[in-house]
Design a protein around this ligand. Sequence first.
Ligand code: PHE
Length: 338
Amino acid sequence: MTHPLEQLRDDALREIDCASDEQTLETARIKFLGKSGSISRWGEEMRTLGKDQKPIVGKLLNEVRNAVTAALESRAASFRSRMESEALGKIDISLPGTTHEIGALHPLTQMWQRSIEIFRRMGFALADGPDIEDEWHCFDALNTPPEHPARNEQDTFYLPDGRLLRTHTSTVQIRTMQAAPPPIRVIAPGAAYRRDELDATHSPQFHQIEGLYVDDNVSVADLKGALEFFMRELFGAETEVQFRPHYFPFTEPSLEIYVKSKALKGGEQWVEVAGSGIVHPGVFEAVNKTRGDNAYDPEKWTGYAFGLGMDRLAMILFDIPDIRLFAQNDLRFLRQFA
Ligand code: PHE
């Protein structure tokens, strides 16, 4: 004689087998194994059974429950795999795939990498400093008095708290000397900011590489040698380099650097590419004061510093007519440097 539970199991298995989709399968599950499903209800029934019947029916109930659960799972799995293969069937594997374009380095980044590589060969290490600076690092320590025009709000971006966006990377000279005694030989690539009107040759954000070399007996000849070497490595051996007297508060003497090269488009013109000079003793003294020692004794140490305009160098090297192109993110422009 078949037990009613066995009958229920057979009914359930048949319904599961016949279920044509997930919806009917779920209906069958609720009907037999749901909270008040016909198999589940046997759990209640157990309490009314006698001692001898309980274990027999209990075991049967377990078997029935397991068999029905397994059947539900395998039917659900077969629905899932049917759906997957239907979806895959719609894909034409003979179609070409989606191409992913590989990016390239921005021309300014390329310029930086080339420049850094040349300076590294001359023994310069990399240094760094923040774009948001205080007036002391940007001006006072660099021998630039409060009445200097660069300290005017018309020329410099000030933050409400009195800090500012550095107007040049020369701030890193100061930070480097505060952090370590001489000898020093560093370059510091980075952005600088001035309140210039945006046009083809001016941008309120531009880029520089600062250089600082402090040792005994550093002279203008060392400065000229290093920068001539740099320019010829960058622009070609026939590049002419000119040093013209200038004024910066933090160097004495100060020199502006111009280059001319036939290899470059418009090569007949002298172009200004850097400011430079011999570090002013007042800069060493300002550093000593905050260091609390005489590590940069101006009687003992000398140094040269320079600031190269990276945008300008890249514009010359790559024949770029307009500085705004660097920041416009126009792929037609950027692709030419890939
Ligand atoms: N800081 C100067 C500028 O931005 C350049 C410079 C750097 C000049 C170091 C002399 C020495 O114009």
